[in-house]
Design a protein around this ligand. Sequence first.
Ligand SMILES: [Zn+2]
Length: 663
Amino acid sequence: MQPSAISRMSCLSLASKDALRGPVAIVALAVLAVGCQSTPRSTPVAPAADSLPASAPIVTTPRNWPDTRTYADPLSFVTRSFHLDLDVDFEKSQLRGTATLELDRVDPNSRELVLDTRDLQIDSVKTAPAGSDDFRTTHFVLDRRDAELGSALRIAMPRDAARVRIAYATTPQASGLQWLQPSQTVGKRLPFLFSQAQALHARSMAPLQDTPWIRATYTATLRVPAGLVAVMAAEGDADNRRGQTTFHFRMPQPIPSYLLALAVGDLEFQAIGPRTGVWAEPAVLAAAAWEFGDAEAMMTQTEALYGPYRWGRYDVLVLPPSFPFGGMENPRLTFMTPTVIAGDKSMVGVLAHELAHSWSGNLVTNATWRDGWLNEGFTTYFERRVMEAVYGEERARLEWGVGHQDLRLALMELRPDEAWQGALAPDLALHKDEGGSAVAYEKGALFLYQLERRFGRAQLDAFLQGWFDRHAFTSVTTPQFVAELQAGLMQQSPGKIDAAFLATWIDGAGLPVDAEFVQSDTLTRVDAQRLRWEQGSLTTDALQTTGWTLQEWLHFLNRATRPQPVARLQELDQRFRLTESRNAEIAHSWFRLALASDYPGLEPALERYLTSIGRMKLIEPLYEDLLQTPQGAAFARRVYAQARPGYHAIAQRGVDHLMQETP
Ligand SMILES: [Zn+2]
C-alpha cells in the first residue's frame, strides 16, 4: 500500500483496549538477547522455513506474539483454502451467497472454530467431513460487535468436521467495499464496486480468519448484472469476458486475507507486455496503459534483484478517484488511484512500489500489523531500487529526497506522548485503517539503505534474495528478521553493525544521529534557488524551473518556509498557475503552503479538489490544516458534508475523526 496521510492520523485507534496489549520492549529484548551471544544463533519466534520447500505454506503461531487484531485462534483451526460463491447486488449494495472453508484441525481437541466478521448477516452454518458434500447444520453464535474488530463468529465443530459452509450477506456499510453510483464513475453509465481489505476489512466481505498469519488458496464465483465485468486479484477463467454474468477465479498461491480483492464495473483490458496489462474504464484505458507502460520493464528489473515473480500475471486496475490509497498491492492485480495518471510518468513510483510488494508483503508477509515495516519499509527500499534500474540513479535520488522530507515531517509532527511511534516495530502503531505512517515506509527503507552502505549492495541483495527464498508464501516477524540478519550478514561480515545499531534503528524512536541519507544534487540546487528566492535576491520571474520534475516541484513547495508573504505566493501562482494545477500532488503541496500563509481566494479550487478525489494522503492533511482556524474549520465542515458520501468508508472514518477532534 502507499502511505496515506503522513500525520498523526496513523494511530487513532490505539485507544482500543487491545492495541495496548503486549510490551513495546519485546523487539529490543529479542534484538539484544540474540545480539549478545558471541555466536549468534537463529532463534526465530516462528519456525524457520529453511527445511521446507519454497511452496509449502507454514503458519507461524507463536503464543507469545499474538495478533491482537483477530478473533481467530490458529492453534485450534487453520484455513487451508476457501471458496466464495457470491451474487453482486448493486440495488441492495450487497454481496450474498456462501463461503466454504477447508480447515486443518491443529488441536485435535478443538470443538469451536472462531472466524472474524464485521457487519455480516449470517444466515446459516453447516459443516461436513473432509472431502464430503454431506453438509449438516451446526450451531453458531455471532458475538456482540466491537467497533474495532467486528464480531467473532463462533461455530460448533463436530469431531469429524473439516469443511464449513456459511450462508451470509454483506451489509451496505461494509468497511471493505465501496459501492459507487454511475455518477461517481468516469463513464457515468454503470455502477462500480471495489474492495479494500487491508488491514482489517476482509472480514466485512466474508467470514474468515482475518490475520496475516494465516494464508489460504481460494476460488470464487461472482455473478454480476449484465453489462458489467468482474475482476479479482486472482487468475480469471478464459471465458470471463464482457457479456457474461458469471465470472470464475482461482488463486492457487496461498495469500493472507488482506490480499483478497474484487472489483466490478465497466472495465476493459489492454495488454502492456507479455505478462502485464491494464484494466480500466474505457475512457481512461489508453492514458492508463501509457502511464503504466513500463510495468514489464519494472518486473524484469525486480526479478533481477530479488528473484522470480511467482504470481503469474501482473496487471493494474485503475479505480475511480474515491479509492482511498495510492495503490494496493493485491496479488496479480494492483489496485491503483487514477490520481497518478499525470501524463508524464512522474508518479509511477507508486507502480514500482505496488509491484515490489509482490515480493515484500505478498510473498513474505508481516505476521502481525506490528511488523508492518517488513512489508512497507522493504517495499519502499525496493521501489527506489527499481526506479533506479528503470529510470536512472538521479530519478531514484529524487524519490529518496521526497521520502526523507516525508519522514522528517512525520517525526516532527509526533507529539511527545506519541514519540514511541517513531520506532520501526512499535506497539501496533501501524494501524493501517487510518493509514500507515511514513515511519514504517521511509525509516524502514532507510534502515535497509544503512545495511546497503555498511555491507555493500551485492551482499545485501544476496541476503534479501535468500530471505525471500526461505520464507516464500509465509508470514514473518521482526525478531525473525533480526535473528537471520545476525546469523547471516552480521556473521559473514563482523563488525559492520552491532546489537546497539539494531536496537536504535528498530526500537528507538526517531532517527539515529549517524543515519546516512541519499543525497541528490538536483534537490540541493532546488534548495539553493528557493533560499535566494525567499531572501529576495532572486525574483519569482527569475526562478529557473524549466525541466523541473514533479519531485523538484514537491521539494520546492514542501520545503518552503511558512508562512510566505502573500504577494510572493501570488507571483508564484500567476507564473505557474498552481491553484489550477491538474497534478494532484503538486496541487496538494501548493494548497498546504498557501493555507499556511493565509493565501486568499483558494476556496473554489480547494472545494473542487476535495470533492473530486478521495485519496487519503492528498485530502487528510488539507482537512487538518483547515481545521486550525475557525474560518478554515467552517469551510472544511461545509465541503466535507458535500464530499463525504463520495469518500470510501476508510477515508470517511479518518476525516470523521479529525472533525471530532476539533471542537
Ligand atoms: Zn506499500
